[in-house]
Design a protein around this ligand. Sequence first.
Ligand code: GDP
Ligand code: MG
Length: 298
Amino acid sequence: LTGYVGFANLPNQWHRKSVRKGFSFNVMVVGESGLGKSTLVNTLFNTSLYPPKERKQPSLDFSPKTVGIQSISADIEENGVRLRLTVVDTPGFGDFVNNDDSWRPIIENIEQRFDTYLDAENKVNRMNIIDNRIHACVYFIEPTGHALKPLDVEVMRRLHTKVNLIPVIAKSDTLTDDEISAFKHRILADIQFHNIQIFEGPRYEMDDEETIAENNEIMSKVPFAVVGSNTEVQTPEGRKVRGRRYPWGVIEVDNEEHCDFAKLRQMLIRTHMEELKEHTNNFLYENYRSDKLTSMGV
Ligand code: GDP
Ligand code: MG
């Protein structure tokens, strides 16, 4: 169920490169305050990164309000492959009456990372550049069940040219299955209507049919309906799981029948990591770079 991450199974050529250098993967979480971003980051780091026996004790399900942009990294190694996973947690925007600029520090942080990479590329010694660029941006949508809010549209439109946007429905345990399904359709329609580009995964693949089927299955869950929790609860059958308890039962974080958390994690850390990194480098960063050079008159 939890256990290893699975990145050692990445395609061969990439695998060999990674074995030599080690590699980094950087995920950012963005969204309004109180939607469970910090909780989900903890949920991600508490489970899949280590074999279960080394797992941290469940902490209290309490997270202080995030101030400033914070990153958490873990070096993980699997079958001789080293990976540095970093998750960048951002303070929620939307706390103020006037939210016009509340997202600005987030955009600046993303651009600074591009600038740092650009500087490194321009140095004489371009070997072993540390890649601190954001490869995936998980965008939290409030589980209203209605539609995207104007603030979401505005922020996503500012983000989508700079990062691979991965929308998620926050705290999806507060919606019924039918509500989630309807809300997913509505979100996708809104995203399309506002010309927001979200990460779509590879368009064609050289992979075998099984891999393609698995990838399509994952992408069909977008926007992922997620639930975060750092507490263990007991199911009616007596199993100990990470989840949230309700009078009518327990929502299990790691159970794919209950929410899409496992699918999101699988997509980020296993099936789509390479694609996310390549799209960041070949398209998002490249556009940023050429715009920058043009504006400098180079
Ligand atoms: P952030 O401001 O987006 O970082 O949100 P936090 O992670 O600090 O969580 C805010 C509150 O929501 C806390 O009381 C969490 O326990 C709670 N919370 C977090 N994730 C979930 C979830 O998936 N479902 C529910 N029902 N509550 C959650
Ligand atoms: Mg937070």
